[in-house]
Design a protein around this ligand. Structure first.
Ligand code: HEM
Length: 483
């Protein structure tokens, strides 16, 4: 057969298979009856366009789909999205009995290894170490008082939380807070890693390929991916260093560290101590544990500074407590404060935490909703942004009003900043500990007066979903001067 004829034949076969796949997905797929745009149901390229080409905008497209089609929509050939606050418990497995599948079981074991180190009991023991990093932040801010210099709170707080988790995970003195500019590269590095998630979703094979290529070539072909690779290599180096220290019989002085303990714990299975696995865990813990909490602290600070009556109430409450406890109340004492607790809850609501939809699979259950039955293993997702902005439960949702949780404490059940169920955030206790101690320290009455510098609401509102929330891309951050 001539080459030209062969090419024509292959082209016809390709077109026929695309048409066949389209017809199957539209009319015969078990999800075919779920409402939603035809293009989204036909191909993953629809999501790719919004998340990669338009830079993390699919979330808002999904929002439009719900406005048009109702609370259940098909957002890709495989995935269903639900927007219904009353479905939170079903969705996150609080009502469904999970039967252990291999991946659930493995997740449970692996999660168990780290759960101890991130439990409230362990953190209460480590609180003095966390407080000492916060004290360092306070003294850095004191040094800036009256200087007229502006600092970006996103960098300031990402450095704080990065130093805390770096210390706790590896006893690595990252020294982010020591940098005169609060290590702006750190926030950029972690935010820069996040958009890769969108690309990797479409091209799962890309990461192994990039890892196999020489770094100079990756830098040319896909520079964004280089950040991720460098980030992973750094954690690999830290895991190997921890292993070498243990072999030499060295022990981190004066503190517990997660990775030292995992490596020396006889109860932990050898597969959980392998370098590849620990490198992934280190990356998850450090990336998940710094910018998330840092962003919420910056958003909380923005709203406190922009709402003097709210800040006034908070400082009165803190002042009353500190008159009894002295200037350094403990986390457990701060947790008892209703207004501070409402400020933190409202900050988590308005700042969302994570902007990307949270996905669940139900291995053995047919997920029922609104007359639709989704076969087992159908990915179902929900998005924090939609729930936290729900107009029924949170009227005037973009207004910062901590009082809503004092007037109606039950509203908390419609919030999912840390997700829920067996896969909820592993670091939620550490996040709360950091939020309580840091806000109390920075907003201690009479300590600092923060003033916004060329910053407005457009520097705070989420406009892009890079898994972490991101404001408009040309924002210079949440900047303040300190007096
Ligand atoms: C305000 C701060 C934080 C927010 C809003 C947040 C939110 C989340 C969310 C939504 C998830 C995904 C859960 C899911 O898929 O359903 C998650 C996972 C995770 N987070 Fe956080 N997080 C925060 C702070 C932290 C901190 C401080 C750590 C430090 C260790 C941490 C460690 C993790 C880990 C390890 C996972 C993966 C859990 C798993 O797969 O089981 N997070 N977080």
């Amino acid at each position: 057969m001539e080459l030209w004829t062969l090419l024509k034949l292959l082209s016809v076969l390709f077109v026929l298979s695309v048409i066949g796949l389209y017809v199957y997905r539209m009319y015969f797929d078990p999800l075919a009856k779920i409402p939603g745009p035809k293009l989204a149901a036909a191909s993953l390229w629809y999501e790719f366009y919004y998340d990669v080409v338009r830079k993390g905008r699919y979330t808002w497209k999904i929002w439009e789909m719900h406005d048009k089609y109702g609370p259940i929509v098909r957002i890709s050939p495989y995935e269903i999205h639900i927007n219904d606050p009353e479905m939170i418990d079903e969705m996150f497995g609080m009502k469904t009995a999970f039967f252990a599948t291999e991946s659930h079981e493995l997740h449970r074991i692996r999660r168990g290894v780290f759960a101890h180190y991130l439990s409230k009991a362990t953190l209460l023991r480590l609180e003095p170490g966390i407080q000492s990093v916060i004290d360092k932040l306070v003294s850095r801010l004191e040094g800036l008082r009256g200087s007229g210099r502006n600092v970006n709170l996103l960098d300031v707080y990402a450095s704080l939380t990065g130093d805390i988790i770096g210390q706790y995970a590896f006893a690595q003195p990252y020294g982010l807070l020591d940098d005169p500019d609060f290590s702006p590269y750190w926030h950029k590095l972690i935010m820069g890693v996040s958009p890769n998630g969108h690309i990797l979703k479409q091209f799962g094979w890309m990461m192994p390929l990039m890892k196999a290529m020489p770094p100079w070539l990756v830098k040319i072909v896909q520079p964004q991916m280089m950040t991720l690779i460098e980030f992973q290599q750094e954690f690999r180096r830290q895991v190997i260093q921890a292993k070498e220290e243990i072999t030499r019989g060295e022990k981190p002085v004066g503190q517990e560290t997660i990775f030292y303990d995992v490596l020396t714990n006889d109860q932990v299975r050898p597969q959980e101590k392998e370098t590849d696995h620990l490198q992934d865990e280190a990356q998850t813990i450090i990336a998940a544990g710094s910018v998330t909490t840092g962003n919420i602290l910056a958003i909380a600070s923005f709203y406190l500074v922009s709402n003097p009556p709210v800040l006034g109430k908070l400082q009165t409450e803190l002042g009353n407590l500190m008159s009894k406890t002295g200037p350094l109340p403990k986390w457990q004492e701060l947790e008892q404060l209703p207004y501070l607790t409402a400020v933190i809850t409202e900050s988590l609501r308005i700042g969302y935490g994570v902007s990307h939809r949270l996905q669940r699979l139900f291995p053995d259950t047919v997920f029922q909703y609104n007359g639709y039955a989704l076969p087992p293993m159908t990915p179902v997702s929900m998005t924090t942004i939609f729930l936290h902005d729900n107009p029924t439960f949170f009227p005037d949702a973009r207004t910062f009003r901590p009082e809503r949780f004092l007037e109606q404490p039950s509203l908390r059940k419609y919030l999912i900043p840390f997700s829920r169920g067996s896969r909820q955030c592993a670091g939620l206790n550490l996040a709360y500990c950091e939020l309580y101690l840091t806000l109390a320290a920075v907003f201690t009455p009479g300590r600092f007066t923060l003033e916004l510098f060329e910053t407005d609401i457009s520097d705070v509102e989420t406009k892009h979903d890079f898994l972490n929330t991101s404001p408009r891309l040309d924002s210079k951050g949440i900047r303040v001067t300190i007096n």
